[in-house]
Design a protein around this ligand. Structure first.
Ligand code: FES
Length: 142
């Protein structure tokens, strides 16, 4: 118990894909990410189309979002997931996992989102979605 391999998870189609906790891991996600490997609130860092993508499970859904906060590029892979939102660990901006919209300052601009399809127990990331428009805020900022 507690051996060095205890926290490792099997790769996807022979690739090394690791869950993201306090340390980050990366891997291709083209072959799909087994949904059962993602705990509620769990994350995988992957890449598709040459871009980094953070997969986040919330309840029975898996979302794919840009991994960096639009405030000062904070690492959302280390953020807290609450319902359908993820909170940046640096200054606590909050983003919708569904739309990418910045729901809470200090971020004003949305993060990217991708369409995720669930097939055969795996989450597949397909096209990038149109970015949410920044909501007008008091004080004239976007
Ligand atoms: S870097 Fe994310 S809130 Fe500042």
């Amino acid at each position: 118990m507690g051996g060095p391999s205890e926290n490792k998870r099997p790769g996807i189609a022979g690739e090394n894909v690791r869950p993201v906790g306090r340390t980050s891991g990366t891997g291709p996600i083209a072959q799909g990410v087994p949904i059962a490997d993602l705990a509620d609130g769990g994350k995988f860092m992957g890449h598709t189309g040459g871009e980094q993508v953070l997969l986040v499970r919330s309840g029975n859904e898996v979302f794919a979002v840009g991994p960096h906060c639009t405030h000062y590029h904070g690492p959302l892979a280390e953020g807290l997931v609450s319902g359908e939102a993820i909170r940046c660990p640096w200054h606590h901006a909050c983003f919708s996992l569904r739309t990418g919209e910045a729901e809470r300052s200090p971020a004003f601009f949305p993060i990217d989102t991708w369409t995720v399809e669930a097939r055969d127990g795996k989450a597949f990331v397909s096209g990038k979605r149109a970015q949410a428009r920044p909501k007008p805020r008091r004080g004239g900022r976007p």
